[in-house]
Design a protein around this ligand. Sequence first.
Ligand SMILES: NC(=O)c1ccc[n+]([C@@H]2O[C@H](COP(=O)([O-])OP(=O)(O)OC[C@H]3O[C@@H](n4cnc5c(N)ncnc54)[C@H](OP(=O)(O)O)[C@@H]3O)[C@@H](O)[C@H]2O)c1
Length: 177
Amino acid sequence: MKLMKISMIVVSSLNNKITKGENSDISNWTSRADHDHYQDMFQNANLVIIGSNTYQAMNLGANPNKLVIVLTKNKTKYQSNFLKNQLEFSDLPPDQIIQQLEKRGYQEALVIGGATIFDLFLNRGLINYIYLTIEPKLFSKGIQLFGNLEKDYNLKLLNVKKLNKSGTLLLEYCFLN
Ligand SMILES: NC(=O)c1ccc[n+]([C@@H]2O[C@H](COP(=O)([O-])OP(=O)(O)OC[C@H]3O[C@@H](n4cnc5c(N)ncnc54)[C@H](OP(=O)(O)O)[C@@H]3O)[C@@H](O)[C@H]2O)c1
C-alpha cells in the first residue's frame, strides 16, 4: 500500500510565533498573500487534520468536499457536530489515525495545526512536507512553533518564494529522515 503524503502548513513570525500574544485570531497579522496561499492549499485538500483548539478558533464547519479530522481527548463534547466523511473527531494516536485513513483510501493529508498537533505529528515522524510562511514580524509573546520536539530532523529546502513587497516568505521543505 502506498504511504500517505502528509504536509503541514503554518504561518509564523520571524521568531517562530504562530499567534500574536494570546489572540487566537491570526488574520489580524498575516498577509493577504499568505491568506491566498492558505486558501489554495486548504481548498485543494481532501483530508485535513486539526487540533481542537484551532478547530474552535477557526470555527470550522463541515464541508462536503473534504474530511476534517479534529483531534480531541473529549469526543463526546463534539458529538452533535459529527458528520461522517466530513467532520470527524478522534482521540486515537496519530499513527493509528493515519493507518485507518489509508485504509479508507486517503493518500494525502494536510495538517493545519495548532502547535500541539504539529509537535504530535512531528514527534511520530509522520510529516513529509512543511509549507512555512514567515511574516516579517517579531512578536514578544505568542505560541511557539516547534516548541516541543523530541527528535532532530534533517530537511531539504525545495522552494522559496517572496510573496509580497514586505517580504513575506513561503518556504517549502521535505524531510530527509
Ligand atoms: N499561525 C498558524 O499557522 C496557526 C495554525 C494553527 C493554529 N494556530 C493557532 O494556534 C492556537 C492553537 O494551538 P494549540 O497548540 O493551543 O492547540 P491545537 O494544537 O489546535 O489543539 C490542541 C488540542 O488538541 C487535542 N489533543 C492534543 N493532543 C492530543 C492527542 N494526543 N489525542 C487527541 N487529541 C489531542 C486536545 O484537545 P482537547 O482539549 O479537546 O482534548 C488539545 O487541547 C490557536 O490560537 C490557533 O489560532 C496558528
